[in-house]
Design a binder for this molecule. Sequence first.
Ligand code: DX5
Ligand code: ZN
Length: 216
Amino acid sequence: MQTLISPSLLAADFTNLKADIEMVNNSQADWFHLDIMDGVFVPNISYGLPVVEQINKIAKKPLDVHLMIIDPDRYVEAFKKAGADILTVHYEACTHLHRTIQNIHSHGMKAGVSLNPHTPVSVLEEIITDIDLVLLMSVNPGFGGQSFIENTYAKVEKLAELIKEKNASVVIEIDGGVNLGTGKKLIEAGANALVAGSFVFGANDPDQTISDLKNL
Ligand code: DX5
Ligand code: ZN
């Protein structure tokens, strides 16, 4: 299977967002990665529901929404209404993770769980067969443009083993510091989907950069 590419709009030009959305629409990218930050779970605030709704009006690919917020259950329905196709919550932000996953599924969305760099893959043992995607953070969430944490490769391998052992069907997506170098090694370790923000939108030719990632 070819790797799924999910450009993160956090690094897009918000004064001309339409142009960047159209670039992604016409590129080899598979999804739009939307980073929602609440200034509590992570030390930064990004954008919220009204912006997601507007993006959804012109985006022609699934919205891969990454919630970096506490108590995400409160917003599951609202993100569905705003256009989310995949809704990913943080393991560290959910007391009743299984209930949250059920809630996401009951609204007809794919459910993802994200792990911070310090959270071991083993915490997913009892839930891996109930989810559609795991988003491994390869930086501490909150900001784009940070450098990649090398321990992520080993986590990808462990997660791939867990998925195999449990006979689960789960996408392994990686977020933070992805470029052609880290991306290649991640795919070799077993990643199926790559998020890339600054590497794509900071490039001279973002469309070509997406295609380079796609064809690693
Ligand atoms: C970080 C976000 C990422 C971010 C990645 O908290 O979850 O999706 O946009 O940015 P880069 O690719 O620049 O590391
Ligand atoms: Zn993200």
